[in-house]
Design a protein around this ligand. Structure first.
Ligand SMILES: [Zn+2]
Length: 333
């Protein structure tokens, strides 16, 4: 179906403001794509990208295709005839240059700036594959690799030196290669990635960017050392995640240290080995019952009994673990 919009200049200005400086010659819908044929106007000057001198002396014309933002979920392709102009500045190395149309073309660009912005914004939020899928609905025909290229070409967001700097490690290959991630703890904005987790790398980063008042980090020695030498005035603290993580590890160590005591919960017997050390008891408890009653211990007691019962039937640890939905190490303990 051909749709001709020759006389609809107001509509054109509203929907395609970036086309008002060119001559629109034809608008057709072909195979589901809105194709707009247009050309730049003769008699208008364009600036040479080499020296900035303006020229309107035409050398030749050539056609280029620029994908534009979709209209009503219909992909839009602008087929634009542009001029190659002479640069008349004798001091300029360029003899001719191709004109660009503000808001419509860039050198070597195959998409209008507005479509480029849309793909970039979608890419930041959704990542490549999702943009390709959503693009099919929106009328944006784009490949996964193009989304990645557009993403990589985006300028890095500006940031100021934070008051509270978060420092943690990240892995590019877990267990093999680690780097350092730096975050503004007040805005939660990631600021920078360092290629390793060496004290000196962090210290150098901090020295180049003075003004950090608080360094929020995990307890690794390389971060402690790097933050101390790079920002000696800053206070150090642990972030909430690491406080909980360290507490969890400490509790696990403590429970594991006293695990021999747990045996008597199932089989009351002689006193536990002295190696286990004193176990805190709540006030008013019977001396013969050194463990506070609670849901955790009830559950542990039940699990222990179930494991023992199955082991006594002659099942392997692996089979017991499978039947009870436990880890094999848990069953062994
Ligand atoms: Zn020039």
């Amino acid at each position: 179906m051909d749709v001709i919009l020759r006389s609809c200049e107001t509509l054109l200005e509203l929907v395609f403001p970036h086309l008002v400086t060119v001559l629109v010659e034809r608008v057709v819908v072909e195979s589901g794509v809105l194709r707009i044929a247009a050309s730049t106007k003769d008699g208008t000057a364009a600036a040479c990208p080499g020296c900035g001198a303006s020229s309107m002396r035409v050398h030749s014309r050539y056609g280029r295709k620029v994908a534009d933002a979709p209209v009503g979920t219909q992909p839009v392709l602008i087929e634009l005839s542009v001029r190659r102009l002479f640069c008349d500045n004798s001091g300029c190395a360029r003899v001719t240059f191709a004109e660009q149309v503000e808001g419509l073309t860039r050198r070597y660009g195959r998409r209008t700036p507005v479509l480029q912005r849309i793909i970039g914004a979608l890419g930041v939020d959704l990542a490549a594959r999702a943009v390709v899928r959503l693009g099919l609905v929106l009328g944006i025909v784009v490949s996964r690799m193009t989304v990645l290229r557009v993403l990589m070409a985006l300028p890095e967001p500006a940031w100021a030196v934070p008051r509270v700097l978060g420092v943690d490690e990240f892995a590019t290959r877990k267990g093999r290669r680690y780097g350092t991630i730096l975050i503004d703890c007040e805005t939660h904005q990631p600021l920078d990635l360092l290629p390793d987790r060496e004290a000196e790398t962090l210290a150098a980063w901090l020295r180049e960017r003075p003004g950090v008042e608080i360094v929020c980090r995990d307890r690794a020695a390389f971060f402690a050392e790097g933050a101390r030498t790079g920002a000696p005035q800053a206070q150090h603290c642990a972030d909430k995640w690491h406080v909980w993580h360290n507490l969890g590890e400490a509790v696990e160590r403590l429970v594991s240290h006293h695990r021999l005591l747990l045996r008597d919960l199932v089989e009351p017997g002689p006193s536990p080995e002295p190696e286990a050390g004193p176990v805190p008891t709540s006030a008013g408890q019977e001396p013969s019952e050194p463990y506070p009653a609670g849901k955790f211990l009830d559950r542990l007691r039940d699990t222990h009994a179930a494991v023992r019962a199955q082991v006594e039937q002659g099942l392997s640890l692996r089979e017991v673990a499978r039947r009870l939905g436990l880890g094999r190490n848990t069953v062994r303990k």
